[in-house]
Write a protein that binds this ligand. Structure first.
Ligand code: UDP
Ligand code: MG
Length: 165
């Protein structure tokens, strides 16, 4: 089944200069990258991304982690597309807890548990098709993705936007 999945290289991954390593590992999947960008994550985006965890005791620390308060204020977001994309990316990504993750997985190799108890696990990968759709639509506009993944519509709006001077 052809699928799409959201990958985030989290602020610890960027701070530790792991972008190249992580993308090289993910290229083993032979999946296509159909979108990519670097983002400064707002609290609102972090909250919406991790909305399912809002009742967890570590939620606020998790938001700070994703916003880059402990590393660099940036995240790299990508969409991978192809056969069985969700499970193939999750397999290389590894389990949530970096101490339990396969040592040769990305999280097993590069993750750590902080003294505050947060799993700094270098990357995010969507867990199922429903989450992938919600997350991809949250992080990307249709025009930032070079594949037609979900239905779109055209709206006419008059908004001010910044252009090159
Ligand atoms: N997390 C954590 N402690 C936990 C569970 C999760 O710090 O006990 C963090 C970790 O960074 C994880 C993120 O919250 O990647 C999202 O948790 P989820 O259960 O969705 O795991 P994932 O889908 O990322 O494997
Ligand atoms: Mg998850």
């Amino acid at each position: 089944m052809t699928q799409q999945t959201l990958v985030l290289i989290k602020p610890d991954g960027l701070k530790k200069s792991l972008t190249g390593n992580i993308l090289t590992r993910l290229s083993e999947t032979k999946l296509d990258i159909v979108a990519a960008k670097i983002i400064k994550v707002s609290r609102e985006l972090a909250e919406r991304h991790y909305i399912l965890l809002k009742d967890k005791p570590f939620f606020n620390e998790l938001l700070k982690y994703l916003m880059g308060e402990y590393h660099k204020k940036k995240v790299m977001a990508l969409v991978y597309w192809g056969e069985d994309a969700i499970n193939r990316v999750r397999a290389i990504c590894g389990s949530t807890n970096p101490e339990e993750a396969d040592p040769v997985s990305i999280r097993g190799a590069y993750g750590r548990i902080t003294t505050k108890g947060i799993y700094e696990n270098a990357m995010h990968a969507s867990t199922n098709e429903q989450e992938a759709e919600r997350e991809i639509k949250l992080w990307f506009n249709p025009d930032e993705i070079i594949a037609e993944l979900y239905p779109t519509k055209t709206v006419k709006e008059q908004v001010e936007r910044r252009v090159w001077a």
